[in-house]
Design a protein around this ligand. Sequence first.
Ligand SMILES: [Zn+2]
Length: 384
Amino acid sequence: MAFDFRITHIDGRARRGLLKTPHGEVQTPAFLPVGTQGAVKGITHRDLEGLGTEILLANTYHLYLRPGSDAIARRGGLHRFIGWLRPILTDSGGYQVFSLAARRSIDEEGAHFKSHLDGSSHLLTPEKAVDIQAQLGSDIAMVLDECLAYPADVEAARTSMERTLRWAGRSRDRFHSLNTSANRVTVTNPGQAQFGIVQGGVHPGLREMSARQTVAIGFEAFAIGGLSVGEPVDVMYDIVGHTTTFLPNDRLRYLMGTGTPGDLVESVARGIDLFDCVLPTRNARNGQLFTSEGRLNIKNARYAEDDRPPDPACTCYTCRTASRAYLRHLFLAGEINAATLNTLHNLNFYLDTMRRIREAIAFGRFESFRLAFHQSFSRRPTDS
Ligand SMILES: [Zn+2]
């Protein structure tokens, strides 16, 4: 099956659609659990499938350094290596270079960095990011972009955005030449698609310029990067709503690295189709549960003898079988099942929220869903 995206319903600016990839279909708007090392921390692929997960994100930086993209290509690609046969999206590795690597420096060629694992030296160029993802064989590959720290003034953001555009052109050229005879890179998924990334910080003019020129290069779809990096949430929503107006209506739109449940609803309202974020899984391991009535911190003493499930409105395995008192005990005891049970619930909450969003769009009642969601989710004062 080749890459394809069709919008099936429109409600205001919110869209419901169907994404087709070589490894199956994804109903959008969709949320991608983050499988950093080829696994979502705390739970098995079996549980992810049980939750109805249709697509995973894997981190190129981590897999390139360990076990190595050559080794994964020799195993037949990432799907076969990790035993997940549904769609996978890989990032370019750039974000982790900027956030994790020791001693990194950026120039026109690419990102020079030292591995955070063993100090070895590496150069991640736009071409190298394409090659590594071709070896991994994800269904969706991302271009290498420059990740700017927030806040950045307009001149710094412009310089960075323009470099990202030049890198996007090089990435697309490399992607198109992957299947030529001169290419010596193992391509484990010939049906892979490549997404461009719009940058430009919090500057609307730069976002428009970046969107127009990234679209002109021509990618299967487009992502918005460089948000959720510390800017106020209403600024993020404004930039998302502004940027999507310059993206083609018939192409999928991916908001990278975002966000809270409220962010998902607000970004769908501004025309976003795809999300990824570590929040549900990372917060689960820290004892924070997302529920239909807001956030719940299971460490809190008030739950010591609370026999209710974490979220009475939830039907996940955790909520069917575990009380708040039990989950609090597991967390305080450092029991590994605390992470597993909390992660199961949080991912179910995120995936179920996306299901309800898709249903609301299909029935033309997204606005009433949006209103009810915010009223319900903000009912409980955050207790963490
Ligand atoms: Zn639950």
